[in-house]
Ligand binder design. Structure first.
Ligand SMILES: Cc1ncc(COP(=O)(O)O)c(C=O)c1O
Length: 391
């Protein structure tokens, strides 16, 4: 079956964060939104059918998570990532953000410190702060147009108060798909310092040609015993609004601590019925759709690279290896502080994510979401091109 990613589906007036909140959040109307990480594509037909079938029953009482849902997760991890996991290791969450929030809560005490690698997905900062911890930044190194982990700096950042490292793998916003040796080196430092490695792998299935995602916990049994993996079908299949995710924790002690934290927050072992249905349907029947999506995203990326390199050469694209987010180096435009954000919104009339929000190393950059029909992407790039000409 051929899936259509080109047709524009109207999202305005659907209470969409991406499309309906411009005036509220950035005080602008008529901006083209390529910011928050969801896609302007319908999810796989298998998901839509599963939700319609369940909705048609009309009774939505307290419902257990079926074994078939766990099995769908297990099969997916095995097939897509070569990772063997067990049902007991999986704990459902309302999403990846709650997964890493609860992880910080479970494995730290107020006053402990948590390492993050900036620039990074900014909800990491709240997970540290709201749990009363200190954030320690291990800023990524940017050299020759690509990002690397600064291992010398990282080694210096561990001390007796360090309890958790929050890893983003693949990395949002810089788009790196960390290699196995990079992950092994980072994880071994965590082992050496007895630090829990919380690996946010929500973008694991969104990998561009030529790259491969390695689940951190697959590197060795020793590393697995110190790792908690936060995952979801949310990004892969565009179902984030269904608020369902899971963590994978093979170590029983770490898992008990996580489950206790979840229970102490008053969250039951149940999940949202529709989220569970959608996740199972996506993992069981969405693979062909995903393959076609990945081709479409690859072509969008190539279109963007060609456009920006030839027509807006002052902006440098940091070519992503994974995710559908593109990190744009706009420093040569010479716009300081808030001016770059305002320039994109008011002059170009596009709504991107402002780099400074991702923490140190982010100022002067913008994050663009290319998971949209190519015609929308083209329109956004033309708007930016025209605006840059006025500078
Ligand atoms: C790295 C990362 N983690 C988590 C999330 C959100 O996860 P969820 O919607 O499952 O809470 C996002 C969404 O953009 C993300 O990029």
């Amino acid at each position: 079956m051929h899936y259509d990613f080109d047709t524009i589906i109207e999202r305005r007036n659907t209470q969409s964060f991406k499309w309906d909140l411009a005036e509220t959040l950035v005080g602008e109307k008529d901006v083209l939104p390529l910011w928050v990480a969801d896609m302007d594509f319908q999810c796989p037909p298998a998901v839509i059918e599963a939700i319609q079938r369940r909705a048609g029953h009309g009774i939505y009482g307290y419902t257990a998570v079926p074994d078939s849902c766990y099995q769908a997760i297990i099969n997916w991890m095995k097939k897509r990532h070569g990772w063997n996991i067990e049902k007991e290791w999986i704990v459902l969450t309302p999403g990846v953000v709650s997964g890493f929030h609860w992880a910080v809560r479970a494995y730290t005490h107020p006053g402990d410190s948590v390492i993050v690698q900036t620039p990074v997905y900014y909800p990491f900062f709240k997970a540290v702060k709201f749990n009363g911890c200190q954030m320690v930044e291990n800023q990524l190194k940017f050299s020759n147009g690509q990002y690397e982990i600064d291992f010398d700096d990282l080694a210096r950042k561990f001390d007796s108060r360090t309890k958790v490292l929050l890893l983003c793998s693949p990395h949002n916003p810089v788009g790196r798909v960390w290699t196995r040796p990079e992950l092994a080196r980072l994880a071994n430092l965590c082992l050496e310092h007895n630090v829990v490695l919380c690996s946010d792998e929500i973008h694991a299935d969104l990998i561009f040609r030529g790259y491969r995602h390695t689940p951190t916990a697959m590197i060795s049994d020793e590393i697995a015993a110190k790792t908690i993996t936060c995952a979801a079908a949310n990004k892969t299949f565009n179902i984030a609004g269904l608020q369902t995710g899971f963590v994978i924790i093979s170590d029983p002690v770490l898992r008990d601590a996580f489950v206790n934290t979840k229970q102490n927050l008053g969250i039951s072992s149940m999940s949202n019925i529709f989220g569970v249905e959608a996740m199972e349907a996506a993992y069981s029947g969405g693979e062909e759709w995903l393959e076609q999506l990945l081709d479409y995203l690859q072509n969008n990326l190539e279109f963007l690279l060609e456009f920006v390199n030839t027509r807006i050469p002052k902006i440098k694209v940091i070519k992503p290896e994974g995710t559908y987010l593109v990190w744009l180096d706009c420093r040569a435009l010479g716009l300081e502080g808030d001016h770059l954000k305002q320039f994109m919104l008011k002059k170009a009339k596009v709504w991107l994510n402002n780099g400074a929000e991702f923490g140190s190393g982010g100022a002067g950059f913008q994050r663009l979401n290319l998971a949209c029909p190519r015609s929308i992407l083209a329109e956004a790039l033309q708007r930016i091109e025209q605006a840059v000409k006025t500078l």
